[in-house]
Design a protein around this ligand. Structure first.
Ligand code: UD1
Ligand code: BG6
Ligand code: NA
Length: 384
């Protein structure tokens, strides 16, 4: 069942070019640039009229909500909040009949998410599921929803479910904005991006050997920082979760914009840092963040755009620095850089996250742990 792979996790990582196509099959029409979700067609106009959308989930599923929140805001102009199910339950926040709640869950059986669903049903909100498990509790108890059709996921560390949840949420945002002419150009651009994403993901997988080699240099370190901003904040959090759950390294996902408000104190020449620096509208701020890190002797590993701009400044003239080292292109050669194909900003996380999934996998294997069976964790947590 694992085919040529040693573990389900690696098999599922490598399945993603196919599983994301299955998620879109029969739903995205790439010629007419339309999206049709059978499970939502009778409810789309009601969701459009809601005064707020609340996305609720746990773990990796929560990160897929964060990854797509910006796009929901942009395409729908409806206020969006994203909630961790257990924290939502701790607070029991105000919720109304004109709210739409979207419950995202791979298994469809996570107790915290089911209890949050019950809370929202009791308050009369419209409850929508985004679930992998057909026939699961969340699929049954939600009024309507979308099955992500990623196929069974065995590895405890979720990988292909994340990319399929992400794509499903993008499809929902596209459906919700189908009536808005002003968003048509943007929608077309995203649908074109979805049409190419599987081939691009295959290209990312060819970096496996290089990631394996680089992971060797990181496994002895007890901690690690993963930095991202904007769309890539969710990628940083999800990458850090992958690494900590299976390699037990204290990996922390950090919003680059928050660096100077605390985490910069952790930066020195020793701590491993991965910085997500693919090109998007925040690029100037990303460069600024890189400067903050390198000025403290941090030596980030970059996840960057293929043939993208130079990310670091040249070395300062003086003491033993040769003329060529003052050239940014030469200076950059001393940094490890993974180059990822470029897609639409809101889809870039689908490609970037794969690098971090593979990092997590190899760090666990190199430390002698079985990535499919992390200690203390279960695939579906059915108690509160
Ligand atoms: C459905 C069929 C699919 C078939 C296709 C043909 C199922 C499970 N799916 O897919 O096999 O090829 O029609 O048009 O039989 N739902 C929830 N909550 C959730 C997820 C889904 O209530 O969390 C509901 C939906 O609202 C819908 C039903 O479950 O009524 C099936 O959802 P989904 O599989 O996404 O629908 P289709 O893609 O139309
Ligand atoms: C568990 C899993 O904690 O539940 C995680 O170990 C998962 O990988 C989380 O993200 C949420 O699960 P689900 O099935 O609701 O997506
Ligand atoms: Na249902």
């Amino acid at each position: 069942r694992k085919g040529n792979f040693d573990h389900f996790m690696l098999k599922e990582i490598f399945e993603q070019p196919e599983s994301i196509v299955n998620t879109m099959r029969g739903r995205v029409n790439f010629e007419n640039k339309t999206v049709k979700l059978g499970g939502l067609s009778n409810y789309i106009s009601a969701i459009r009229r809601s005064r707020r959308i609340v996305m609720i989930a746990c773990g990796t599923s929560y990160h897929s909500c964060l990854a797509t929140r910006d796009l929901f805001e942009e395409l729908t102009d409806i206020p969006i909040s994203v909630e961790i199910a257990s924290y939502f339950l701790d607070r029991r926040p105000p919720l109304f009949r004109d709210d739409t709640c979207i419950f995202v869950s791979q298994s469809g059986e996570t107790a915290d998410t089911i209890l949050a669903l019950k809370y929202c049903i009791e308050r009369g909100a419209m409850c929508v599921g985004v679930v992998n498990g057909v026939g699961s509790a969340i699929s049954r108890q939600t009024l309507c929803g979308v099955h992500i059709n990623a196929g069974p996921e065995i590895g405890v560390a979720s990988t292909k479910a994340y990319t399929s949840q992400y794509i499903t949420l993008v499809m929902i945002a596209l459906s919700l904005s189908e009536d808005r002419l002003s968003k048509q150009a943007r929608r077309n651009e995203i649908i074109d991006g979805l049409g190419k994403i599987s081939t691009q993901l295959e290209e990312v997988l060819t970096l496996n050997d290089k990631i394996q080699a680089v992971s060797e240099t990181l496994v002895e370190k007890p901690k690690m920082l993963i930095l991202g901003r904007g769309y890539q904040y969710a990628t940083a959090l999800e990458g850090a979760l992958k690494i900590k759950e299976i390699s037990y390294i204290l990996a922390e996902g950090i919003l680059t914009g928050e660096l100077k408000h605390g985490p910069l104190a952790l930066v020195d020449e020793d701590i491993p840092i991965i910085m997500i620096a693919t090109k998007d509208k925040l690029f100037d701020k990303i460069i600024n963040g890189i400067g903050q890190v390198t000025a403290r002797s941090g030596k980030p590993i970059f996840i960057a755009s293929q043939n993208g701009p130079t990310l670091v400044e040249g070395n300062k003239k003086g003491n033993g620095v040769t003329e060529s080292e003052t050239d940014p292109k030469t200076a950059e050669k001393s940094y490890v850089k993974f180059e990822v194909p470029e897609t639409v900003d809101c889809l870039q996380g689908l490609l970037n996250v794969v690098i971090l999934q593979i990092f997590g996998y190899w760090m666990a294997v190199k430390k002698g742990y079985n990535p499919d069976h992390p200690r203390n964790l279960a695939k579906a947590v059915t108690t509160e």
